[in-house]
Design a binder for this molecule. Structure first.
Ligand code: SF4
Length: 63
């Protein structure tokens, strides 16, 4: 599964980084970037939680 942050939608709340710092990091502009693009089963649960909690609905999982 490919993990993607839509940088246009991202509003920089940092919720994703709080939930999964191994998957997301905010840059100096406060925009989130993914640290692992192709995630395996071991990261799926946290990725889905970040998707649910992202206030901007800016995180996508692409099969
Ligand atoms: S939770 Fe969503 S809006 Fe906030 S930094 Fe992460 S991707 Fe961006």
């Amino acid at each position: 599964m490919k993990l993607v942050v839509d940088e246009v939608l991202c509003a920089g709340h940092g919720v994703c980084e709080d939930i999964a710092p191994e998957l997301f990091a905010l840059d100096d502009s406060g925009i989130a970037h993914v640290l692992i693009e192709e995630i395996g089963e071991e990261h799926l649960e946290k990725a889905k939680l970040a998707i649910l909690r992202c206030p901007a609905e800016a995180i996508l999982l692409i099969p």
